[in-house]
Design a protein around this ligand. Structure first.
Ligand SMILES: C[S@@+](CC[C@H](N)C(=O)[O-])C[C@H]1O[C@@H](n2cnc3c(N)ncnc32)[C@H](O)[C@@H]1O
Length: 306
């Protein structure tokens, strides 16, 4: 809560105004994200699941016995099931997420369906990864970071996260990374601005959350959702745009929005294979395997210590 207050205060004072996308995920935000994954326009989940089903049986052969799967930004742990089904010898599963409700529900559901698996949820922020428990099974540690959540990070944040994952997982680790690939503007903008307005509700929920948790007075009718492909930066940007001049008060300070001004709430970077290879090598990994889906294309990479 204090971190949200601090980051929103800094973000409203900045020019242009912005805030980390991690604050989109309270209980309602996590539920809305699951709704997004089922939308016809939102190809990433559908494509990544199909690709994972295709490659998981082959990739699982390299994992070995008594392994631990450590998932970053695990959300509802739905894609995890494809990995767990391909890895019956997996001994432990550590889902890590910032959204308490999503994490607890997912852990309960995985425990119920995989009773032999040691499930140890960690509530936290992956930008400050904890060390792994000392009493884990003796096998390999496998990182799992699907959903192109890496694309929500700036390049230096992504390198820091991949490097700290490498340290956390140890020398014999593998890391399965799911990323979205660069494609045409129309497909990308539709995926982040669906016809039913679910993504708009997901984005606007940030303001509702701030009003509820921080006592701000955002006028929800004064903002609309915008999703824009920024080609120069290879990223879809989600913004909350003021439709008229408006103000918000936080802790006694007033922040003005001119009509048309935005609060930048999420960037979702899209990648090429070369860019992923560069990110991997800048963070101590190398790409051991690479698989791409049909169009609209997403990719899965297996990283191993360089
Ligand atoms: C794009 S969703 C992906 C969910 C799921 N992994 C998937 O592939 O469908 C991002 C997930 O990461 C979590 N998340 C976002 N920022 C985070 C952070 N800084 N630390 C930990 N979890 C975070 C969110 O709560 C959400 O569950």
């Amino acid at each position: 809560m204090q971190a949200f207050r601090r980051e929103l205060t800094e973000g409203l004072a900045a020019s242009p105004k912005s805030i980390s996308p991690k604050w989109l995920y309270d209980a309602k935000g996590s539920e809305l994200f699951e709704d997004i994954t089922r939308l016809p326009e939102y190809y990433p989940t559908r494509q990544e699941r199909a690709l994972l089903r295709r490659v998981a049986p082959t990739w699982a052969k390299g994992v070995g016995p008594d392994a631990t799967l450590v998932e970053l930004g695990s959300g509802a742990s739905e894609k995890t099931r494809i990995v767990l089904d391909a890895l019956p010898a997996l001994a432990a599963y550590i889902p890590l997420d910032i959204s308490q409700s999503a994490l607890e529900e997912a852990a309960a559901s995985i425990r119920a369906d995989y009773p032999k698996l040691d499930v140890r949820p960690v509530l936290g922020d992956f930008s400050a990864l904890p060390s792994l428990p000392d009493d884990l099974p003796s096998g390999r540690r496998v990182g799992f970071f699907p959903g192109s959540t890496l694309g929500n990070l700036e390049r230096d944040e992504a390198v820091r996260l991949l490097a700290s994952s490498r340290r956390m997982l140890g020398e014999d680790a593998l890391f399965i990374l799911g990323v979205d690939l660069i494609k045409d503007r129309e497909t990308l903008e539709a995926a982040y601005d669906d016809a039913q307005g679910v993504t708009a509700r997901f984005n606007l929920n940030l303001l509702e959350r701030a009003n509820r948790e921080l006592g701000t007075d955002f006028d929800l009718t004064a903002f609309r959702h915008r999703a824009v492909w920024n080609e120069a930066c290879s990223r879809i940007e989600m913004h909350l745009e003021a439709v008229r001049d408006t103000q918000v008060t936080l802790d006694g300070m007033t922040y003005d929005f001119a009509g048309g001004e935005t609060l930048h709430t999420e960037s979702s970077r899209k990648f090429s294979r070369d860019q992923i290879e560069q990110l991997a090598s800048a963070s101590g990994w190398s790409v051991r395997d690479w698989a791409q889906s049909d169009a609209p294309s997403v990719a899965l990479a297996v990283l191993a210590p360089a």
